[in-house]
Ligand binder design. Structure first.
Ligand SMILES: Nc1ncnc2c1ncn2[C@@H]1O[C@H](COP(=O)(O)OP(=O)(O)OP(=O)(O)O)[C@@H](O)[C@H]1O
Length: 577
């Protein structure tokens, strides 16, 4: 909670003004029954019309003042709560971005989305209500009891019995509903998970005619959300009848016992009306307090979920060096590298050693799940090696600042993702100030020149979220171009040509070789044809490096490589390769 409150720091003034004005409003509200009593006891009893008019004007004045105070409080509370929400959202977004893949894998994207959106909103609502009602409701309850005491000490006994009983009833109802509201938030997580999976894989769902099953599954989760909320709602709905019955019994008691007091002349008729008003004010204040407690408990549950994310620290410590380039040194070197994913039982890479010189092309081949992507992910430090070391330009990757390390590397991930914007804005991700000529050069190398030229607005053509207005092959070429802008020292193509036809794939490799002579290129592929011309081919099998050398060398001495080639070409073709 303390950690959460730091986001209100910039709104100290607003956080004080809002409750103060709410208390001022409450003070005016507490005066109204007294004025009312005077109208009855003095104005009506003496038939003094001008007194009645004056008192009515006073009541209107109190109402207007109360409204002004309430609006002022509302304004400052909203300002503080919005500011709190914005600061919290910013901090959470920054923190999530600072986490390494290891932590992101473990927390999971759907729950991060719920925490970033719905949970932050709930926390913001909690702060808003807290600022407005935290002091006001108890102030009204205590104030009304004290005002009743000034009218009649004897009749105040009814208040002293009724208030704790109403409070107890509200507490019992809330004891059941509050845990249910906490459960609602975790069901929302499941809804986000299901929706996301369904929308991302919409085509697959349709291809397998799974719409009905998916809809049924979704209905089941949203039905459980509905049932849970309905249950909480039904119990909460008891709040009004139960409390109103209790208050009305209390009012009956005031009228009954008050009637006797009026007869013996110790209390006036106007004062009885004032006491009834105070009882009603107490009821409303207690119901508002109950709503406040529900909102604050919900906000607290959300704050705990947000805090859980803040408490996850990146397992990666950023280095401080910029790095230098020494000639004659390997550009990338793996020294006895072993890597195990967080929570996994077995290592995905075992004792991998190799080095790559500037200008070399390294092919990485192996079956599905053999560890190819995992290997290249260690170079830009998406993950850290569990054992051994990875060096870039002779320096351990852990010693670099993230910016300097990643500036050296152009990555084309397996899944071609573009971002909302234009082709130009997407291509400028590695180099913000890249000139038009640089962009076209990258597009030309990536065989994407035609793709852009065919678009009406060229480089300024709009890219929809995820690049959904481009075909799979077009997206792949554009992501390759994006990685080439700024001429990286290391280029990683993680199965990035899978959606390209063989001719384009071959043209792409040729073009990369000719145009990026100084760069070290990592070509990850399951196709032997893609890696066969590489200067060095690494063959992975179940996380182990089972072969290292040129195509010819591997054909002679690496059975796994030979098997891969045989499975993709006839023996005659293999002999000619
Ligand atoms: N985020 C992850 N968390 C846990 N295990 C993972 C994760 N990513 C990959 N793995 C496991 O690590 C192993 C190697 O996966 P990797 O993605 O490196 O294989 P790959 O050779 O690139 O496969 P493919 O050619 O199918 O892309 C697999 O057994 C996989 O299940």
């Amino acid at each position: 909670m303390k950690q959460m409150l730091q986001y209100l720091k910039a709104y100290k003034k607003e956080s004080v003004i809002a409750p103060l004005f709410k208390m001022l409003e409450a003070s005016f509200e507490l005066l109204v029954p007294i004025v009312m009593a005077n109208i009855i006891d003095v104005g009506i009893q003496n038939g003094d019309k001008s007194y009645i008019w004056r008192m009515c004007a006073l009541m209107i004045g109190l109402g207007v003042l109360g409204l002004v105070c309430s609006l002022t409080a509302q304004y400052f509370a909203a300002k503080a709560a919005m500011g709190f929400g914005t600061a919290l959202r910013k901090a959470l977004f920054g923190h999530i971005n600072s986490l390494s893949y290891n932590e992101l894998d473990q927390i999971g994207t759907p729950t991060l989305i719920t925490r970033m959106t719905s949970d932050v909103n709930q926390a913001q609502t909690g702060v808003n209500m807290m600022l407005r009602l935290f002091l006001r409701s108890p102030f009204i309850v205590i104030g009304a009891v004290m005002m009743a005491f000034t009218i009649s000490a004897k009749l105040t006994i009814i208040f002293l019995i009724a208030v704790p009983l109403i409070g107890l009833a509200i507490y019992l109802i809330m004891r059941i509903t509050v845990p249910i509201y906490k459960k609602v938030q975790s069901i929302l997580d499941q809804i986000v998970l299901h929706t996301r999976e369904n929308y991302v894989g919409a085509r697959v769902v349709r291809a397998f005619s799974r719409e009905k099953d998916e809809t049924e599954q979704f209905n089941e989760i949203s039905g459980s959300l509905k049932d849970t909320q309905l249950y909480a709602g039904k119990i909460s709905a008891l709040m009004n009848p139960v409390t109103y019955v209790m208050v009305n019994i209390a009012i009956l008691c005031i009228l009954w016992f008050g009637g006797w007091q009026v007869q013996i002349g110790s209390v006036s008729q106007g004062e009885i009306v004032a006491l009834v008003n105070y009882m009603n004010q107490i009821l409303l204040a207690l119901v508002a307090l109950a709503n406040l407690i529900v909102a604050v408990t919900r906000a607290l549950a959300c704050a705990i979920r947000i805090n859980e994310v803040f408490q996850v620290n990146s397992s990666m410590e950023e280095g401080t060096k910029e790095g230098t380039k020494e000639s004659g040194k390997s550009r990338v070197a793996f020294d006895h590298v072993t890597f195990t994913y967080g929570g996994a039982q077995e290592a995905s890479l075992m004792d991998i050693s190799f080095f790559a010189m500037p200008g070399e092309t390294i092919g990485i081949i192996g079956g599905t799940g053999s560890g190819k992507s995992t290997l290249v992910n260690l170079i830009p430090r998406f993950y850290d090696a569990t054992e051994g070391s990875v060096t870039v330009d002779g320096q351990d990757v852990k010693t670099y600042t993230f910016q300097h390390l990643r500036e050296k590397i152009g990555v084309v991930p397996q899944k071609a993702v573009l971002f909302l914007g234009t082709i130009r804005s997407n291509l400028q991700w590695r180099k913000k100030d890249a000139k038009e000529s640089e962009l076209w050069k990258a597009l030309q190398i990536a065989q994407a020149e035609e793709v852009v030229k065919k678009k009406q607005k060229g480089l300024d053509e709009k890219v929809e979220t995820g690049g959904r207005n481009f075909s799979g092959g077009q997206r792949q070429r554009l992501t390759i171009a994006r990685a080439l802008v700024g001429e990286p020292d290391i280029l990683i193509l993680d199965d990035s040509a899978s959606a390209l036809d063989f001719a384009t794939d071959a043209a792409l490799r040729r073009s990369i070789k000719e145009n990026t002579k100084k760069a070290t290129v990592f070509l990850v592929s399951q196709r032997a044809a893609t890696v066969k011309n590489a200067d060095q081919i690494l063959v992975l099998d179940d996380g182990k490096l089972v072969g290292k050398g040129t195509h010819e060398e591997l054909l002679k001495n690496c059975n796994v490589y030979k098997e891969i080639c045989m499975s993709q070409f006839s023996s005659q073709e293999v002999a000619q390769l």
